[in-house]
Write a protein that binds this ligand. Structure first.
Ligand code: FSX
Ligand code: SF4
Ligand code: F3S
Length: 397
């Protein structure tokens, strides 16, 4: 398949019908906070997407993130999107080794300079001059600097790449650092970036963000830690099936007591669900079979900053003091909110790229307020939402 062929060609090759593809995309709408009615149109738009070139770097990590994304048992949207990427460099999956692998990376980066998507898993060690982890004789930081410079956008996958994760646990012997932190320190080039934490992240979270990138050529709206709002806005606790026991103060006090047998809340056994932003309770793992709390173990808080040092596995939240403050990603929350409003309401009739709108950004809210168009009348934006929408549209001019 040519580098820039369409997703559609690949689906035909795989024998996936339009109907089957829409079904596979069924979780995509809710993951991206898009209206269900728009799904067939979005699936068709996704079929037209061009094949993205990806450089995938793995630093200090356990390869769990790649495993999570690639180990599905039946055909899923994750498989399809993953296999469709033009994965020009990936330590774990590429057949090439040594000089040949490095030559392939350089050649792909040259050919697609400024256009490829850079995916990073693992943290970057800054201690000992970077000697704790090297690839082809170069430090992780050196390689990341080179690859970020030519990237269109950067996706940090897994809590190690996002917040430094397990390698960064106290006493952080290698001075492990996350990608956003390096960007904020000016050690790598500033590029649009998204954080997908979790140890590992939910595979469907990775594929949803990739699908969004294929659809709109940018990442979905994010929170102040750069995590997609549609996946990380709520906590595990918000959607946990044991939450009514929490409210009734019915807690298991050991893993084999009567409370545990009755499925009571695991808060006193160290569950970090109340402070952990992730969609595990809804999306679940292993073909939606279960998630940690459903299986009888508390949430470890694996998608939060400094999760290893925030009470480990079994200390109850009441006893845990957090001394870790993560680097925020510089962005404007009003713009993120405006982007979400645009993508959930406007893109079905107007251009996916708001820079192509015919009405000037400063006139859009006026038009929306006074419009007699039926489609516009159905939109009930508050003054605050109109303001956020205007901010977003102006930022795209
Ligand atoms: Fe870290 Fe991922 Fe945990 Fe492992 O690449 S987020 S240790 S699942 O592998 O980086
Ligand atoms: Fe919340 Fe954890 Fe209890 Fe579930 S088990 S209700 S996530 S504290
Ligand atoms: Fe991680 Fe907690 Fe989900 S430990 S996998 S965020 S339930």
């Amino acid at each position: 398949m040519s580098q820039r062929s369409r997703f559609d060609d690949y689906l035909v090759q795989q024998g996936v019908s339009r109907r089957a593809f829409i079904k596979l995309c069924s979780s995509l709408g809710s993951l991206l906070a898009l209206p269900a009615a728009a799904l067939p149109a979005l699936a068709d738009q996704l079929r037209q997407a061009r094949r993205p070139v990806v450089i995938w770097l793995s630093f200090q990590e356990c390869t769990g993130c790649t495993e999570s994304f690639t180990r599905s048992h039946s055909l899923t949207l994750e498989d399809l999107i993953f296999n469709y990427l033009s994965l020009d460099y990936h330590h774990t999956l590429q057949a090439a080794a040594g000089e040949a692998a490095e030559a392939a990376r350089r050649s792909s980066m040259q050919q697609h300079y400024g256009k490829y998507l850079l995916i990073v898993e693992g943290s970057i060690p800054l201690g000992y001059g970077g000697a704790c982890s090297t690839i082809a004789g170069r430090t992780n930081l050196d390689l990341l600097q080179e690859c970020t410079a030519g990237a269109a956008a950067v996706m940090a996958i897994g809590s190690c790449a996002v917040f430094s994760g397990l390698p960064g646990a106290a006493p952080n012997p290698t001075s492990a650092t996350g990608v956003a932190d390096l960007m904020q320190q000016g050690l790598i080039a500033l590029r649009p970036m998204v954080n997908i934490p979790g140890c590992p992240p939910l595979p469907v979270a990775i594929s949803a963000v990739l699908a969004h990138f294929l659809l709109f050529d940018r990442f979905p709206p994010v929170d102040e830690l750069g995590r997609p709002l549609s996946i990380y806005a709520e906590t595990v606790h918000d959607r946990c099936s044991r939450v009514h026991f929490f409210e009734q103060e019915k807690f298991a006090l050991s893993f084999d007591d009567e409370g545990a047998r009755k499925g009571w809340c695991l808060y006193k056994l160290g569950c970090k669900g109340p402070v952990t932003h992730n969609a595990c309770a809804v999306l679940k793992w292993n073909k939606k079979t279960s998630f940690p709390v459903q299986s009888g173990h508390g949430c470890l808080g694996c998608s939060e900053p400094g999760f290893w040092d925030k009470g480990g596995f079994y200390r109850a939240l009441d006893d845990v003091a957090s001394g870790y403050s993560p680097p925020a990603i510089a962005h404007d929350t009003a713009i993120s909110e405006g982007q979400q409003l645009y993508e959930t309401n406007c893109v079905y009739c107007h251009a996916a790229n708001p820079a192509q709108l015919k009405t000037p950004a400063e006139k859009v809210t006026e038009v929306l307020r006074s419009s007699s168009l039926r489609a516009h009348r159905n939109l009930q934006f508050s003054a605050h939402q109109l303001d956020a929408l205007a901010r977003y549209l102006q930022s795209k001019k």
